[in-house]
Ligand binder design. Structure first.
Ligand SMILES: [Zn+2]
Length: 529
């Protein structure tokens, strides 16, 4: 007898192949039957007529590192159909953390709930299990975190001892199940690294069969050079390389799309295992600190504030916030102060600023916008998030269509008005890019959220409808499944999801039994060998 049979649903298997109508049976958390019709006893039946059944979605790019430890927000992911979340992205992970880098890491994960304490990677995994987030969580090690541990906010290359420390910590975490190393070359301190440092670390990642996920150094006018930087490291070391949230920021750069695609294809033809993820929105979200030239952040936020006392240095920073300098581009150059909106002020103070552009807020304060940015960073220790209008939806659509692209949310929870991708990224792909824009067939879209992602993550127990795999399943109405979260009202749940099962247990809508859906740390396959 089966635990459950879902009858006569339209089955999309996660490979991209055309769907078909049939029955799917579950026993002991695994897919145990997959036929046009299953005539057998089951403890429960669900009528799937008119609904689509596919594998649970996998989010390869999220910033819920601290959020999952609270174990109470998993529902936001589950309601989108997400069964596995990958954290530790953009060079930022909660571990390895000691008393030395504790305070600095807090800048990556600002927020009243996100108390950063010293912990090792294995402690983080244990805490995740205990928190019962409701879904599985994988994690990268963040290069910025590693660097802070070994050498603080220094802009210098690491000496032998510092590099050895980074390599050892990385090796340990990979042994304990970290998925790979994420770099955040756009941010400090990860961006202080040169290619020698990256190569030395990637050699460890290759040895442990992890992969490199990179928020590249430049996603605007310098994107081709930035892609070449990580591709070269990939070709030299053989490390599997994944470009996080591929985008083209800045109207003047949108026409670089063909060159970007060509760069990917050339590297792939040369044998590099190169993929990317894309989020289905054309506004980005980042830290207000990203508008500050990197040299001014060497030594951390306190040193930055000290530099402001030097009139000449302050003048230089002001100028560069607006205009950048050769080799570094300011977000203002691509969005303008009017295109950058304050989305979260993490201290809980100044909530009246949320939802207004930097241009409007500066105007109200009777300040030049560059002065306003510097002043706000000083007052809030940099813990302010911004949403930037800088992309073109047609370019986003082209990137999503790339055969080596998968969907990632890049979502983070915060107070104020967080980017809606945290609440709606996956259903939005179906609503906007399948139904409205008809950029993808439904089967293709599903593959980019399931089977292809599992391949990138090296997971062979999920991501497809296939006998014996985990019964992580989404049952949804293909006519209505979609996001409702907007920039103005971001914390809205999606509509059109009927059921979500995590390892055969109903996780949505909640039932008595959904308390049994625990989730927790999911070690990368290379650590299970
Ligand atoms: Zn990023």
């Amino acid at each position: 007898m089966f635990d459950l049979i879902i009858q006569q649903a339209f089955l999309i298997d996660g490979t991209g192949k055309p769907g078909w109508t049939g029955d799917l049976a579950i026993t002991n958390g695994k897919i145990a039957g997959l036929e046009p019709s299953i005539n057998a006893e089951a403890a429960r039946y669900i009528n799937g007529k008119g609904l689509t059944l596919c594998p649970g979605f996998l989010d390869p790019h999220s910033h819920w590192d601290a959020t999952h430890l609270h174990g109470k927000h998993g529902e936001i992911k589950l309601r989108q159909g997400v069964c596995l979340d990958v954290v530790g992205n953009c060079g930022e992970s909660l571990t390895p953390c000691t008393i030395d880098n504790c305070g600095d890491i807090e800048q990556f994960f600002p927020g009243p709930d996100n108390r950063i304490i010293p912990r090792s990677f294995s402690q983080y995994c244990t805490e995740l299990d205990a928190a019962q987030p409701g879904l599985r969580v994988m994690s990268h090690i963040g290069h910025g975190t590693l660097r802070l541990l070994a050498m603080g906010y220094s802009a210098e290359p690491p000496d032998h001892k510092q590099l050895t420390r980074m390599k050892e910590e990385l090796r340990l975490a990979l042994d304990q199940g970290a998925a790979g190393l994420s770099t955040g070359l756009y941010y400090t301190p990860s961006g202080f690294a040169d290619s020698n440092e990256l190569q030395a670390l990637m050699e460890v990642v290759v040895l442990k069969e992890g992969f490199h996920a990179s928020h590249i150094r430049n996603e605007a006018s310098g994107i081709l050079e930035a892609l070449k930087e990580v591709i070269t490291v990939g070709l030299k070391t053989g490390v599997a390389t994944h470009i996080s949230h591929l985008k083209l920021a800045g109207r003047n750069n949108w026409d670089k799309i063909d060159k970007v695609i060509e760069t990917f294809e050339t590297a792939r033809n040369r044998g590099l295992d190169l993929t990317c993820d894309v989020y289905p929105y054309h506004h980005s979200c980042t830290s207000l600190l990203s508008l500050i030239p990197p040299w001014a952040l060497e030594g951390g936020i306190d040193r930055f504030c000290e530099r402001l006392n030097d009139i000449e240095l302050k003048e230089q920073i002001r100028h560069q916030v607006r205009n950048g300098y050769p080799g570094w581009e300011s977000g203002v150059q691509n969005s303008g102060f009017e295109g950058i909106t304050i989305s979260s002020v993490h201290s809980g103070k100044r909530q009246n600023l949320v939802g207004f552009s930097l241009a409007e807020s500066a105007d109200k304060a009777a300040m030049a916008p560059e002065d306003y940015v510097i002043d706000l960073i000083e007052k809030e220790s940099g813990a302010v998030s911004i949403i930037c209008a800088s992309m073109d939806e047609e370019v986003v659509a082209e990137f999503i269509r790339l055969p080596f692209a998968v969907i990632g949310s890049d979502g983070a929870l915060s107070q104020g008005k967080p980017h809606p991708r945290a609440f709606g990224a996956f259903p939005r792909v179906i609503r906007r890019f399948v139904r409205e824009l008809k950029v993808l067939r439904l089967e293709e879209a599903i593959a980019k959220m399931t089977g292809k992602t599992a391949q990138r993550l090296g997971l062979d127990d999920c991501g497809r409808l296939s006998m014996g795999l985990r019964a992580d399943l989404v049952l949804f109405n293909p006519e209505t499944f979609g996001d409702t979260a907007t920039y103005d009202t971001p914390c809205q749940p999606p509509v059109g999801i009927h059921h979500l099962f995590v390892e055969g247990k109903q996780a949505w809508p909640p039932t008595q039994g959904s308390k049994n859906v625990q989730g927790g740390f999911c070690p990368a396959p290379h650590s299970r060998m």
